[in-house]
Ligand binder design. Structure first.
Ligand SMILES: Cc1ncc(COP(=O)(O)O)c(C=O)c1O
Length: 430
């Protein structure tokens, strides 16, 4: 099925349908653009200071994050992947030790375990939330289990009401992979401060994105904070004395300076993401698409920060819908096409297709739509309109355009002219 939309050189609305010519999956320049002057000043200051690694900006950022997340200890590091690795090192993971984690997540969650010679034990997910299924976690605890590592996937907190008692009863530490969930909460508490250690990413596509790689850890435990601070600098304390072997995983001052400018906006940007999710729910319902598309739901026990808006498309239609949207220049992504238990590099672990049925079904049915804070209502109308078009449903009604866009005449947001057509998909992953 093709979109049949008119082609044109500009990014204005398509005359016949009122839909825009393109919608990016992500347009980081819309967020960073208005802050350029502040970034340049801050970068100049770092250049003049000559302090490029850790230093005052990193310490200040750590304090600001600790206040924002209401957690006593924040430790900056070089990436979210390193945060996971450092967490496992601090907990003393050894070769042959098992860690229970979802298979439906980004690769780094599992590779942190295998890099230390540990064994990832994959648990299935809840079909509604895509988050790790606590009952399956409990079933997989064995004599070699050393930690449980839930992932707050797509910005939604895993079911901590169920997971915390399971970890406590088994005497196991709980590491939160919070790479996608900064500012998400559970009963009012920010993720990262609920389990023993939280691991976050500043990768540019994350809700708080740097100008490159970066990450941080959180913990409420003083002993773990000391250990993590040491491990990120080769286990060195004091200078040139090493009683443990750590790694080099320091956050750059330039990244910290940029992130300190962005952090005060994070809550408002998150609210914009929440509003976009609400608008999608409204648009899909009003277009009569909710019988074909399963929309993501936010658990009322926590704040969902919508790093991704992931719909489920049943009956084997996901890939054809994606092709249709790509043709209509609507950016989408599949998180994740291959579950970790079936990745080639983990074949030695012996998992087979069918071992985690809910996870495997999700990899065939899920599709991420644009949800970034600066997404315009007209763009959301276009995304939903193109999906309606694919399913042969009536396109976006004109009155909806009036309600959503404030006008019957839809004009392209001016930022679109500065943005790539469907986002830079090679930059977009998590
Ligand atoms: C769930 C999850 N864990 C870990 C990571 C690793 O973070 P980074 O890319 O900063 O290494 C990411 C994102 O990339 C992620 O989405």
């Amino acid at each position: 099925m093709t979109s049949g939309h008119a082609s044109g050189a500009d990014d204005g609305p398509t005359p016949n349908t009122g839909l825009l010519e393109s919608v990016p999956l992500l347009a980081i320049d819309r967020q960073n653009g208005p802050l350029q002057k502040q970034f340049r000043l801050a970068i100049d200051e770092v250049c003049e200071s000559g302090r490029f690694v850790l230093g005052p900006d990193v310490a200040a950022l750590e304090n600001e994050l600790a206040a924002a997340l209401d957690v006593p200890h924040v430790i900056g590091c070089a990436s979210g992947s390193d945060a996971l690795l450092l967490a496992l090192m601090a907990l003393g993971l050894e070769a042959g030790d098992e860690v229970i984690l979802p298979s439906y997540t980004f690769f780094a969650t599992a590779s942190a375990v295998t890099r230390l010679g540990g064994v990832p034990v994959f648990a299935d997910i809840d079909p509604k939330t895509f988050l790790v299924d606590p009952e399956d976690v409990a079933r997989r605890i064995g004599p070699r289990t050393r930690a449980i590592m839930p992932v707050h996937l797509f910005g939604q907190t895993a079911d901590m009401d169920a997971l915390l008692p399971i970890a406590e009863a088994a005497g196991l530490p709980l590491i939160e992979d919070a790479a996608q969930s900064i500012l998400s909460t559970w009963h009012g508490r920010c993720t990262g401060g609920i389990g023993d250690i939280g691991c976050f990413s500043f990768y540019p596509t994350k809700n708080l994105g740097a100008f490159g790689d970066g990450g941080f850890l959180t913990t409420t435990r003083d002993d773990l904070a000391d250990s993590l601070r040491k491990l990120r600098v080769h286990g060195m304390e004091p200078r040139y004395y090493h009683d443990v072997v750590g790694i080099n995983s320091r956050l750059d001052s330039l990244q910290a300076a940029v992130l300190r400018i962005k952090l005060p906006y994070l809550d408002a940007w998150t609210t914009d993401r929440e509003q976009n999710a609400t608008r999608y729910a409204d648009l899909f319902a009003r277009c009569g698409l909710t019988d074909i598309i399963t929309l993501p739901q936010a658990d009322t026990r926590g704040r969902h920060v919508w790093n991704q808006y992931v719909i489920r498309v049943a009956d084997g239609q996901r890939d054809a819908l994606r092709a249709h949207l790509t043709e209509a220049k609507v950016g989408t992504e599949i998180y994740y096409p291959v579950p970790l238990h079936l990745q080639q590099c983990f074949a030695y672990l012996g998992w087979q297709p069918g071992d985690l049925p809910v996870t495997e079904q999700a990899t065939h049915e899920t599709l991420a739509l644009p949800i970034f804070p600066e997404l315009e209502p007209q763009e959301q109308l276009t995304v939903v309109g193109r999906i309606a078009e694919f399913f042969g449903r009536p396109s976006v009604p004109a009155d909806m355009a009036r309600t959503e866009a404030g006008s019957n005449t839809i004009t392209a947001p001016k930022q679109l002219s500065r943005t790539g057509l469907i986002g830079r998909a090679d930059d977009v992953r998590c």
